[in-house]
Write a protein that binds this ligand. Structure first.
Ligand code: GDP
Ligand code: MG
Length: 171
């Protein structure tokens, strides 16, 4: 018997941390060095198989990070079963912003939402500003999945989405 599940996932995080790039890598296995920034939000889907019997379709809302769109975010996370909160490992302020998104999700989103923290641009390790251990400790304390990713080098991108899928209620 085969099983099919569909889940809504939202990406949140400061502008330019690589939210759209992570989605583009996951959905189309592409990367663009100069990506136009997202206006409002973009909707994409990707289907993965977890095992021979289990297929998961992600309905992905890629939100714009800019302050002027902030009031729209609840529309996207309200019905989401999963959220990826992204920061840029070369910008410590982007981790602070990620933490404030996590707080907002923990207060306002569904109680059962699965939240993953993604430290993106892991390929820029020589410009790293956020130590892995610092973010990992925060993620553990806040109960989040945690991955350092690179949309550019394709590090941990499918692993991130697969880990989320494995935490979703499959029954
Ligand atoms: P968003 O505003 O969070 O959606 O960020 P974008 O996906 O538009 O990316 C912002 C910029 O960062 C673009 O120039 C991307 O090419 C670049 N970028 C995104 N992900 C990575 C990554 O993993 N590594 C590097 N080096 N650059 C990235
Ligand atoms: Mg974007």
């Amino acid at each position: 018997t085969s099983r099919f599940f569909q889940f809504k996932l939202v990406l949140l995080g400061e502008s330019a941390v690589g939210k759209s790039s992570l989605v583009l890598r996951f959905v189309k296995d592409q990367f663009e060095e100069f990506r136009e920034s997202t206006i409002g939000a973009a909707f994409l889907t990707q289907t993965i198989s977890l095992d021979d019997q289990t297929t998961i379709k992600f309905e992905i809302w890629d939100t714009a990070g800019q302050e002027r769109y902030k009031s729209l975010a609840p529309m996207y996370y309200r019905n989401a079963q999963a959220a990826v909160v992204v920061y840029d490992i070369t910008q410590s302020a982007s981790l602070d912003k990620a933490k404030s998104w996590v707080k907002e999700l923990q207060r306002q989103a569904s109680d059962s939402i699965i939240i993953a923290l993604a430290g993106n641009k892991a390929d820029l390790n020589e410009s790293r500003a956020v130590p892995t251990q610092e973010a990992a400790a925060y993620a553990k304390e806040a109960g989040l999945l945690f991955f350092e990713t690179s949309a550019k080098s394709n590090e941990n991108v499918s692993e991130l989405f697969e880990a989320i899928a494995r935490k979703l209620p499959l029954d």
